[in-house]
Write a protein of this length. Structure first.
Length: 485
């Protein structure tokens, strides 16, 4: 019996290959730990000692959170490169999950900023590795033409959103009732559960999951290790000498993301190995890269400004019980779970009549700007007075924007990619997320309750303007894209 026939007959997990359950589980628990920790991270940094926090300034705290989030997406580039050139996706996934767990343990057990520094560095590097490899491994479970592929990916992404939903609920409750470190601890336990169940099923993965697509020649490996060590030493020296500070971390990641993005675009556009049609498609990607960065700079403020807003401006009283701050982070996953199928059905029904990708990017950015403008009616109200239903409505608009832009971003990067630069184009999309996420930390330093009108008004207007420009560029972009929708 052929390998393909065996794969076709394996329907042990809701009609899908049984090993999908292991990947579903590791991604669910990784997202549980990731979003659970992130739901309480910012308030841990800026809450006072009496509340169990570290008592640093809000501006510095948001800089750390923004830099951490941006580094996660920068790390996907590293994870993908290590998988393609050195050790294979499956091994990188397993090692990355171990690194994530170690990071959560550090946050839970090591006190003060030392635990924050060690924990966030490990989690950022590990999460980037998981994000870079898990999706590609799912793809190896299906033979070409297997009609179960789309349904399998739908199940996989359901795991992501279930983890994102449950994580903040549990860590937020533990943080509120027994303390921050218990919240960080349950994130570590969740990652350990995911890692254990994944390890039990590793042997059922195909050889393709562990294959090294483009092995790095042995003679080049010492140079790679030397470069990595040099970078680590330089960063450590810059931090030790005070050139890089906690308050400037998000700015550093913003600059790094911009430099790496420009380098990637230059590398691709200057290459003699791409055709004129492919070069035009890369040029078409530039305005959408900018729109994506603008979108994520607002959307990722769920973990910076919206967290502060939830702590200081939101009425969290539910029938006499004070809702944990982190629970607000579970609102978006609920909407995603409900609406993702609706959007998929809508695009399927519209078929060739659905908007092209530039218009979807434009709409996503515009709707995100509108979401920020919706904060304005609540500006000037007293502390802890904004109704939960009002903030939930704003987050619903966040979700509409996300579903317009985020699902098509990676797809677009693969469709516009030159044949010899497929991985780099996917990395470019992740770099737009890294840039936007780091910017969310930098921008959040300008937020305060007495500056809500200019803050939300200006950022919302800028996002709408960027979206409008991309929409106006739709006809020339479509021509540059050469038939790609």
């Amino acid at each position: 019996m052929s390998v393909q026939t065996i794969a076709d007959q394996d329907r042990g997990f809701f009609g899908q290959p049984r090993v999908l359950a292991n990947l579903f589980g590791v991604e669910l628990w990784e997202r549980f730990s990731f979003y659970g920790m992130q739901g309480i991270l910012l308030i841990y940094l800026y809450f006072g000692a009496a509340q169990g926090g570290l008592g640093i300034s809000q501006a510095t705290a948001t800089s750390i959170v923004g830099a951490y989030g941006g580094t996660v997406y920068l790390s996907t580039v590293i994870g993908a490169w290590l998988a393609d050139r050195m050790w294979g996706a499956e091994r990188i996934l397993f090692v990355s999950a171990v690194v994530v767990m170690a990071g959560h343990i550090a946050l839970a057990t090591v006190p003060g900023l030392t635990g924050v520094a060690v924990g966030l560095i490990l989690i950022a590097l590990g999460s980037g590795g998981v994000k870079a490899t898990a999706t590609s491994i799912v793809g190896t479970l299906y033979a070409p033409g297997d009609e179960r592929r789309d349904a399998g990916f739908s199940l996989f992404y359901l795991g992501i959103n279930l983890g994102a939903l449950v994580g903040p609920l549990l860590t937020g409750l533990l943080q509120k009732d027994v303390g921050f470190h218990y919240g960080f601890g349950v994130a570590a336990v969740g990652m350990a559960i995911g890692l254990f169940q994944y390890a039990l099923g590793r042997r059922r993965l195909s050889d393709a999951a562990g294959a090294v697509a483009n092995p790095l020649p042995a003679r080049q490996r010492p140079w790679v290790f030397a470069a990595a060590i040099t970078v680590a030493v330089v960063v450590a020296l810059l931090a030790f000498t005070g050139i890089i500070t906690a308050a400037s971390l998000s700015n550093v990641v913003v600059v790094l993301s911009i430099v790496v993005s420009i380098a990637y675009f230059w590398l691709i556009l200057a290459s003699r190995r791409i055709t004129p049609v492919e070069r035009r498609r890369v040029v078409a990607f530039i305005p959408m890269f900018i729109a994506s960065a603008a979108f994520w700079s607002l959307y990722q403020q769920q973990f910076t400004v919206v967290t502060i807003y939830s702590a200081e401006r939101l009425d969290r009283n539910l029938f006499g019980w004070q809702m944990p701050i982190a629970w607000v982070q579970s609102i978006n996953p609920v909407f995603i779970i409900i609406l993702s199928g609706v959007f998929a059905a809508l695009w399927t029904r519209l078929g060739p009549r659905q908007p092209g990708t530039p218009v979807k990017f434009a709409l996503g950015t515009i709707v995100m700007g509108v979401a920020f403008l919706l904060f304005l009616p609540f500006a000037g109200s007293g502390p802890n007075s904004v109704p939960l239903l009002g903030l939930s409505g704003i987050i619903l608009v966040f979700t509409f924007a996300e579903l317009l832009l985020s699902p098509v971003g990676l797809s677009l990067s693969t469709k516009l990619a030159p044949e010899v630069f497929r991985t780099q184009m996917v990395a470019l999309f992740f770099l737009s997320v890294a840039l936007g996420t780091a910017l969310s930390g930098t921008l959040a330093s300008y937020y305060s309750p007495d500056r809500e009108v200019p803050y939300f008004g200006i950022l919302g207007a800028i996002a709408i303007a960027i979206g409008a420009i991309v929409w106006a560029l739709n006809p020339p972009l479509r021509r540059l894209m050469g038939g790609v929708r």
